[in-house]
Design a protein around this ligand. Sequence first.
Ligand code: NAG
Ligand code: NAG
Ligand code: NAG
Ligand code: NAG
Length: 397
Amino acid sequence: MASPRNILYALGTALYVSAYAAAVPLDIGVDVCLPFGIQVGLFIDLFEPPQITEVVPIFATATTTVPSAGVYTVPSGTSVATVTAHEASEMCITSVTTKTTTYPCSTSTSFTTTWWDPCISSSSTGTCRWTPPATSAPTTITATVTATITESATSCVPTTPTATLSCDPYGYLIQYATLYRVDLTTGDTTQVSTGLGDNTSINSIGYNVLDNYIYGYQSSTGTILRISADGTTVTIDADSPPAGSNIGDVDTNGHYWVGTETTWAQIDLAPGSATYGQTLANGTTSTLGYAVADWVYIPDAGEYMYAVGSVSSMNETALLRFDLSTHEWESVADYGALGVIGVGAVYGMNNGTLYASENGNGQIWQFPVSGDTPFEVSQGPASGNNDGARCVLNLLA
Ligand SMILES: *[C@@H]1O[C@H](CO)[C@@H](O)[C@H](O)[C@H]1NC(C)=O
Ligand SMILES: *[C@@H]1O[C@H](CO)[C@@H](O)[C@H](O)[C@H]1NC(C)=O
Ligand SMILES: *[C@@H]1O[C@H](CO)[C@@H](O)[C@H](O)[C@H]1NC(C)=O
Ligand SMILES: *[C@@H]1O[C@H](CO)[C@@H](O)[C@H](O)[C@H]1NC(C)=O
């Protein structure tokens, strides 16, 4: 009989800890009658934590300048022996290492699953629920590394690899050209680096879970910057975001959604993509009369960018979302006089939570994207000319 903890697995909402880009469920059947939990009303309370398996791609890039067209030998360790250059160019080899980690879930979660029940000779479906003991902590069980190599003859932007972030639980706040790390629960803020890029205003930052870099828009040059863990920046060879962009985030397909209250663009920043750096779509839109200054993608909450909008003259606050297919804004909830006006930075968490930092007073609020009542969680720094980013897959506060 399979051990119950191998049987069940959490999807999406149970992603947490560090550096995770994608979840792949285990797929193991079960041949016993509810050995793994006790049915309580509509839920099955699990006896043991569900297993979470995550697959994290880690990208490394090497660049070589070749003097002329020809066939060149590739260093050993790649999946091909040679690459063909059509002209004098930069050759770029991107290797993708896939790290698979499996560990027991240590946060509360519920998920629907199907198992084979021999008592009734058919499969059953139920909603399983796991509530960890108060002392539970994340534990890594296994880690395996497999490597595959892809190569591309196109110009290779990251000539020197810079340190990636690690999908940590913090919010990242850019204020003008200074990057801060914000503990959203306590409001404690530390400076990561100052004078980023050319030391002019950077805005519209978003965290790309596919490569663990933060991306942002530098308006003085109209370019996209890739920001490393230590705050070093690299200018990406990509289309320009809309002029004056101050809203931005990267979805889990590596698409950078960036714009203003009236413009938007979807720019491909998925490593290795054939259309990397290109604008996949763009257009104009309207924020329904609310002031909006940042948005977040929360995979579990559907194909939307969520934002906190406000109308200061009416002391009104609303949860809004931008539909990624219709490219139109809609209101999720209008809270009336909540007292949260002018949110410049928002941070997503993939359990359906948006953290919002109010510029004027630095208060950090939690908004359930379901539209339930928001509440203040901590006191962060007051700021302006700012934007926020966070690794949405980390579920630790
Ligand atoms: C960035 O610019 C500010 C003034 O806007 C200046 O005080 C600071 O020294 C500059 N930082 C760097 C690293 O050049
Ligand atoms: C969309 O992108 C094209 C090409 O970069 C640009 O000419 C056009 O102005 C953009 N449209 C909007 C609404 O930003
Ligand atoms: C806006 O509403 C909040 C909550 O009711 C209140 O505390 C605040 O004083 C109001 N602000 C103004 C400018 O009226
Ligand atoms: C998401 O996790 C945070 C941090 O643990 C928690 O405060 C919040 O209530 C959770 N949100 C939902 C919708 O479960």
